[in-house]
Design a protein around this ligand. Sequence first.
Ligand code: PLP
Length: 396
Amino acid sequence: MNPIENMQQVLEQLQQSGNLRSLPSVVYDGRWVTNAEGVRMLNLASNDYLGLANELSLREEFLSEMTPAAFEPTSSSSRLLTGNKTAFVDLENQLAQMFQTEAALTFNSGYHVNTGLLPAVADANTVILADKLVHASLIDGIRLSAAKAVRYKHNDYAQLERLLRQYAPNASQIIIVTESVFSMDGDVADLPLLVQLKKQYDNVLLYVDEAHAFGVRGAQGLGYAEETGTMGDIDFLVGTFGKAAASAGAYWVGKRIIKDFLVNRMRTFIFTTALPPMCAQWTGFMLRHFPAFAERRQKLAELTSALSRGLEAKGYPALSQSHIVPLMVGDSKEAVRLAQCLQRKGFYVMPVRPPTVPEGTSRIRISLTADVMLSEVEAFLSNVPMASEVMKGGGR
Ligand SMILES: *Cc1c(COP(=O)(O)O)cnc(C)c1O
């Protein structure tokens, strides 16, 4: 078989197992999504958690301060060459101040941070202990690093403790890697416990990805670390600007020495043209508003509890502790079928299937945003079938 025929065969296998992906052909209009058949659906699949991406008043305010001279659409270069524009320096100072850390560093995306940071800091004598459910970008970072890696069962801290006892005496360092709010189950890591575990050793570092918590959790919207009072104890506290912050890029915050080290060693920071400075300016503008978004965070929490309670009442397992709410189905084809059914009813939800989630745990992933209305959550719930009708195909 030639290589192209081989690809064809792989695609056919994906099709048969219900796991074939394709780019959605839909048109976006604010909170709404219209499909090729003209069905208009409420977007319940967006990462725009605070509902800011369509907020014209913010754009107007930003643009009123903007001039053609201040609008810089390109960095032309890596930060280390001629791309270290003032907008990045300002944004990093702003982040360090917000998080009350010595230093901050920004990146082109969360994918860049997660694929670049671990390879930079982990040598062959490092052991990485990562939660089984961390994001694909972290898995790629672990694979690109020289470290030995062990995945512990999702949020199983007894197992993590055993692994720490086993590896800490001989490793040069151990890096615990977790998300704070998990992408797919929407549950949270026990950050205070992780900090406590790490502090029992002098060679253990903690890496926390706040992609789904930044903007959403904490009094200032700084994330779940802020909410749990653990910000100062996390060595690699990272998050992205492309979700709740309605911008693009990502951050790390922590100690000055780590920043200097990353600037020297992190390939996904060094060998890429920095984002357009205007992105950093927009991010800085949005971050200045973060404390004022408290009402949106509150609204999101209310929508979340209404949705979670409603799904539980229909017999779905209550996994979520956040605005990301999985509707567990099990079988991939069944998940696709249910998503299509809900879409026909006017709710844009997407099936999540392997390899994004483990085999047999295909689900509909609902992500709530602060611009959804309570009445819309109720209407959605009334269209969701009972769990017993959909969970025939496998479950967890
Ligand atoms: C979205 C996401 C990323 C990637 O961030 P981008 O800025 O979109 O590249 C990383 N980690 C987690 C947990 C995410 O959900």
